[in-house]
Design a protein around this ligand. Structure first.
Ligand code: AMP
Length: 553
């Protein structure tokens, strides 16, 4: 058949990939599947049918308030059913939900909201005090919505406060979602701002739906309607790692823990709700492991945990697998990659040792993400399993620019995104993150990985946590400085620690100085705050242990 000069297009329906299709799919197909929310004093149990209806009601009320296409709306809230419905209610009418991060420093929260510049902010009863503190400096907010029922509305000095459940009650449960272009923005997340002010990443409907499809599949979360998913990462961090989309998309029961993540409580939650799959940063997983060890309890229904945000200790992966039969899916991703971009790949039939080794890597790219390493001039380097380089990523939902910051050089000339990470890639495309570029120590022109040194230190039984930062050196430009937090009642001599490290890393990597500290500063997503540590070291607040033992530090 001849089409003249026209390209021969496929004959599929032109049906846009928008977020509302996810919740409507769940309402139609998994109507009775539970959505459990521990957000307030009471546990709320609803279903995807009800969640879809409430999302439509919310959307219709928001429309009546004048919120529509291209309008930003903010949330300063934890993981609850109301926050979940906001994802759909706002984006379904063409609005954009900025999930502001209550764990950032107040000045950073103010910066993100003022920078985005919108009028309506949804808040939880337990972010109310924070909102009251911020309110005088919120330049554009003139309406707050308290995410609670009329009965539970707390007293507040905020002006113009609406009640979330009033909006739901007033809304139309049969509200018809408007037809939207799938390329429209739907969500706005800010990076955690470890280098300068947080940067906004604006996600499209199309990219968000595709990314969720990709991570939920067999080589990713391997989700099905038989699963019970617990989403611990805050909804403000990479859309809660995709959990609000993955549950309804794959028909899994969803458990939302509010803001709580303490070990004993989390353990009970997993048991009581029959959680099969859960996602969180390594700090949470280490805590749960401690709890299981201390109480001698097993992990029951839990079959798989997702660990991301930072590299988990090898001993943790090993213990989950060997002692509890729980598979650790270790993934790498950034706010700029929407959700996880790579995940540890453990084919069936591997021995436990081989499986642990695979889980320690950052894994292989999920479909839709490509990775490469380059030199300082963006020239590709070999994926030979030993050459370190700057990691770049590209794909159908990788960020190409930051929100209202076109001057920032995120994208290369040939269309790859600079990640800011240093990595090695194996010939089979397995990713090994070496370090953040700004954290790696450049000694005599060669990279030393602060993360590898930290990992080696935590393999010593006396070490609870370790951090390594660069200090200036006249001859080598930079040398590593290690700060160690000892396990309770433990001691170790500095020379013993150095000999221990030497079993894992080259001799020239050994830290020139080791200091001991009572604790290390962590950011809102559990990452070590290395800028703060560098400052403390530079100011002499953290000083090297000169004696051979940490006594007196
Ligand atoms: P964020 O945008 O806050 O999620 O931070 C993204 C950064 O966290 C990445 O660029 C990495 O430096 C780091 N990161 C995320 N996942 C991992 C991982 N599995 N191993 C090591 N670093 C990670």
């Amino acid at each position: 058949m001849e089409f003249g000069f026209l390209p021969m297009l496929g004959l599929n329906l032109d049906y846009p990939l928008v977020l509302s299709t996810i919740i409507e799919h769940a309402a139609a197909t998994f109507a009775d599947t539970e959505l459990v929310s521990y957000g307030g004093p009471d546990v709320t149990r609803s279903s995807y049918y009800e969640a879809a209806q409430r999302s439509r009601r919310l959307a219709s009320s928001l429309s009546c308030l004048g919120i529509g296409p291209d309008c930003l709306v903010g949330s300063l809230a934890w993981n609850t059913h109301r926050h979940f419905e906001l994802f759909y209610g706002v984006s379904g009418i063409g609005g954009i939900l900025h999930t502001a991060n209550p764990r950032l420093a107040p000045a950073q929260i103010l910066y993100t909201i003022n920078f985005a510049g919108y009028r309506t902010l949804f808040i939880d009863p337990d972010t109310l005090a924070l909102a009251e503190q911020l309110a005088p400096r919120l330049k554009t907010i003139d309406r707050f919505v308290l995410m609670t029922s009329r009965r539970a509305m707390p007293a507040t000095n905020l002006a113009n406060v609406l009640c979330h459940e009033d909006l739901i009650d007033a809304g139309d449960p049969a509200f018809a979602w408007p037809e939207l272009d799938e390329r429209l923005a739907c969500m706005l997340c800010f990076t955690s701002g470890t280098t300068g002010q947080p940067k906004g990443v604006l996600y499209s409907h199309r990219g968000t739906v595709l990314s969720a499809l990709s991570i939920g599949g067999g080589n990713g979360w391997a989700l099905s309607a038989s699963d019970v998913v617990l989403g611990i990462p805050g909804f403000f961090h990479c859309n809660g790692w995709g959990v609000p989309f993955l549950g309804p998309m794959y028909g899994a029961k969803l458990v939302l823990p509010g803001r709580r993540a303490d070990d004993a409580w989390l353990y009970r939650l997993i048991m009581d709700e029959g959680v099969t799959i859960a996602a969180a940063v390594p700090t949470i997983w280490l805590g749960l492991l401690e709890h299981c060890r201390a109480t001698g309890q097993g992990l029951g229904p839990l079959r798989r945990i997702f660990s991301g945000g930072t590299a988990p200790p090898a001993a943790m992966i090993e213990s989950y697998l060997r002692d509890y039969g729980v598979h650790v899916s270790h993934g790498w991703g950034m706010t700029e990659t929407t959700h996880g971009a790579t995940i540890s790949f453990v084919p069936d039939g591997l021995s436990d040792d081989a499986a642990v080794a695979a889980m320690r890597t950052q894994g292989k790219p999920l479909y839709g993400n490509e990775i490469r390493i380059v030199d300082d001039e963006d020239r590709p380097l070999s994926s030979d399993g030993s050459t370190p380089g700057h990691l770049q990523c590209r794909g159908h939902w990788t960020a190409g620019a930051y929100f209202k910051r076109p001057e920032l050089d995120l994208q290369t000339k040939d269309g790859w995104m600079r990640t800011g990470d240093i990595a090695v890639i194996d010939p089979d495309n397995t990713l090994h993150i070496v370090d953040r570029a700004k954290d790696a120590i450049k000694s005599g022109g060669e990279w030393i990985s602060s993360q590898a040194l930290e990992e080696a230190a935590t393999q010593h039984p006396a070490v609870q946590e370790a951090a390594v930062v660069a200090v200036q050196h006249a001859r080598w430009q930079e040398r590593p400085f290690m700060i160690v937090v000892l396990a309770e009642n433990a001691t170790v001599a500095v020379e013993d620690l150095r000999s221990h490290l030497q079993r894992f890393v080259p001799k020239w990597w050994l830290p020139d100085a080791i200091a001991f500290a009572a604790e290390l500063p962590h950011g809102p997503t559990g990452k070590l705050q290395k800028d703060e540590l560098r400052r403390r070291v530079a100011d002499g607040i953290i000083a090297p242990a000169i004696a051979s033992s940490p006594s007196g530090v």
